[in-house]
Design a protein around this ligand. Structure first.
Ligand code: ADQ
Length: 483
């Protein structure tokens, strides 16, 4: 029987090795949840890196780990710490991530990074070839594995391969600065279907293919000598019901303090019932615009001083890629900014910014969403931004206001949010005021549209639409190529 093979940098399972033995815990991230309908026991296999380097896995545990992963339908690719440095922290996160998010000045063009990226992509491709058959369908995920489709296609020309990019594909003018631009495009063109979050990323990609490789592109088809590749947009959704139901549970547990954070939120509501809570949640990443947001908040408080003591900004930043120098610098910048603004503006009864640098449990994350009056998300570039969708899903009474950057992929589907340019402080200050004073009826009207859309186009639908398009592609075949 043919299988679906999913490939991503990380497996949807976290390994924990302790004195007590080995634990394999399923991840609850968006991708893992979204792929649930595709990744069903027996008929699919998920190949990826376990998150532990070869040096961290004792030889005596290799077999146990493989068995534990097999129980979750997973198989691991073994990577040394040197490979993780060059492939993951290096080329993926110091070259491609900044470049594709338009941070050209942060992008490092290191030959060593590139060579390791190629070698590790080959390892992933070899794992696929070893674990799959000709009739299996392969779905490769994200910017860490852009060469894999071609590496597999060369050996298995008849196998159906899909690729989905979770981050933006930049404009041709940015992409063409990459020294290995042709190789990256050729790597992706090993696919039969290439998916992006938005139509714009799709157009940028097609433009680079046409201009750099001179290939014929018609609408969203790329014509090779022997086959046609389809390119399309598939905006990723969330597990809407999970977030909505969890929010209902959080509301019904009001007064039951599940965590320290909940205690703090409840105390805030009691002592300052009229103070609006503005929340922002991101990985600590320069693409998310956290430092600019803090500066814009200070600008807002200076422009509209009547809101001092009437609003509080909660910043929740999840530690991320702290081995990469830019992330260390950003962490320091945010620490200093928050310290300075709180030092300058706090009063006996009020601290303008609460800043948390940590990952929260799902329940606490929901409590935070539920308690906030406004979500303020200001990425400078973001492939999609799922936090915006999660916030809307938690509006059980349909009240609350979402302020969202135009630079997030999700802004294309969320027109009823208040959309802002994260570089425009004047506009953001005025938008914050508008959000704080927005009548309830208007909040409900806007969120009703948003909720209906997000409820319909959830993450399961996203995964199924991609897989259906890939299957359709292999059924129709490449008849067009001869026309
Ligand atoms: P990310 O850059 O990680 O994903 P995003 O889409 O916002 O960004 O997803 C973040 C996830 O982490 C959300 O599900 C959120 O709930 C969770 N999270 C954030 N802070 C947390 C905290 N402190 N504790 C616990 N959980 C937290 C990449 C791209 C995005 C794209 C996704 C999916 O950069 O643009 O939307 O992939 O394709």
């Amino acid at each position: 029987m043919s299988k679906t093979i999913i490939i991503s940098n990380r497996l949807p399972v976290q390994l924990q090795i302790s004195d007590g033995g080995l634990n394999a815990i399923p991840s609850v991230g968006g991708l893992a949840t979204g792929m649930k309908s595709v990744h069903t026991g027996g008929e699919s296999l998920w190949i990826g890196w376990s998150g532990l380097t070869m040096e961290e896995i004792p030889e005596s545990l290799e077999k146990d780990i493989d068995e534990a992963l097999a129980e979750h339908g997973c198989s691991k690719v073994r990577l040394s710490s040197k490979e993780v440095d060059g492939f993951y922290f290096g080329f993926s996160n110091r070259t491609i991530w900044p470049l594709f998010h338009y941070f050209l000045e942060y992008s490092e063009f290191e030959l060593d990074f590139w060579n390791t990226y190629k070698a590790v992509n080959q390892k992933f491709a070899d794992a696929i070839l070893e674990k799959s058959g000709e009739d299996d369908t392969i779905w490769v995920h994200d910017y860490q594995l852009m060469l894999v489709p071609q590496m597999v296609k060369q050996k298995r020309p008849n196998t159906s391969i899909g690729f989905f990019l979770h981050i933006p594909f930049p404009s041709y003018e940015i992409f063409r600065t990459l020294p290995w631009r042709e190789e990256v495009l050729e790597g992706l063109l090993g696919s039969d279907l290439i998916g992006f979050h938005t139509y714009d990323y799709e157009r940028h990609f097609l433009s680079s293919v046409r201009r750099l490789l001179g290939l014929e592109v018609s609408f969203n088809d790329i014509y090779l000598e022997d086959r046609v590749i389809k390119v399309d947009s598939f905006p990723m959704g969330i597990d809407y019901n999970k977030f909505h139901e969890a929010a209902k549970a959080s509301v019904s547990l009001k007064g039951v303090q599940r965590s320290d954070l909940q205690k703090k939120l409840d105390a805030h509501k009691e002592s300052a019932p009229d103070t609006k809570l503005i929340v922002s949640i991101d990985r600590l990443d320069y693409s998310k615009g956290i430092a600019k947001r803090i500066n814009a908040f200070e600008y807002f408080l200076n422009k509209y001083p009547e809101y001092k003591e009437k609003v509080r900004l909660i910043i929740l930043a999840v530690p991320s890629r702290s081995n990469v120098p830019q992330y260390k610098l950003l962490k320091r910048e945010i620490d200093e900014l928050v310290g300075r603004i709180n030092g300058e503006l706090s009063t006996v009864n009020w601290t303008p910014i609460w800043y948390f640098y940590r990952s929260l449990s799902f329940e606490s994350l929901i409590d935070l969403y539920v308690s906030s009056d406004i979500a303020w998300l200001t990425p400078l570039r973001d492939g999609m931004n799922l936090v915006a969708k999660e916030y809307i899903a938690t509006r059980t009474e349909k009240t609350g206001v979402l302020i969202l950057s135009e630079m997030a992929g999700s802004a294309y589907e969320m027109n009823e949010a208040l959309l802002i340019n994260p570089n425009n402080f004047e506009e953001q200050a005025d938008t914050l005021k508008k959000a704080i004073t927005m009548p309830k009826e208007e909040q409900i009207a806007r969120n009703t549209f948003l909720q209906n859309r997000l409820g319909r186009y959830n993450v399961e639908v996203w995964a199924n639409e991609f897989m259906n398009a890939l299957r359709q592609k292999s059924l129709v075949g490449d008849v067009n190529v001869t026309q």
